[in-house]
Ligand binder design. Sequence first.
Ligand code: 6PG
Length: 233
Amino acid sequence: MIEFPDLEALSRHAAGELAALAASATGTLHVALSGGSTPKRLFAELVAMGKGALPWDRVELWWGDERCVPPDHPDSNYGMTKRALIDPLRLDPARVHRISGERDPEAAAADYERALVAALGTPPVFDLVWLGMGPDGHTASLFPGSPALAEQRRFCVANHVDSPLTHGKATRITLTHPALNAARLVRFLVAGADKADTLARVAAGADLPCTRVTGDVSWLVDAAAAAKLEKHP
Ligand code: 6PG
């Protein structure tokens, strides 16, 4: 785990890593974004860097998950990203691949999976996946106890969740572990005191949806989220 004093420093690091990856990429860089609130600071950093800081014409954006709402709904991960990143940088919509949260979830998930496979192969290999972690250890929309945790074949599914974090029963569209685990790089961005207990469980090796993400995984955490980690001298 890499600890930063605060979310701003964490976000600046993550933005810098994307810039470096994009600059050194030989072709197109395919990046999967997370939803929730943590990425907003990262998006603000990318906007503050200015469009010229990255070869955005060689970056394609995807999502790790989406809520089953229209794109202009306040809960939409795409909608949040459009307001915070896509519109301010005037990114080319042709390189932005949103999940159709407004459609039938099963059909939307199947279509997204087809688009992923067509663009990134089988399994779809992202160059970079940014993920968050919920206080219950979920990531993307892979919640503890939810059916999608058992999915080992499909890359994107509709997941039927029942969690206080989704205010009870809800359907989400999410990448599965087979898709996340095929990525070249995975970066968890975790900030805030409300994540401290779970992050300590992660460090202790707990079996959680987020810890089932394997591969080249780095955890970028702020001091508040790291407060309950054992400090090694
Ligand atoms: C979502 C996200 C979800 C998020 C975590 C952390 O759709 O909400 O993909 O997995 O990353 O819940 O959310 P915060 O960043 O808001 O703490």
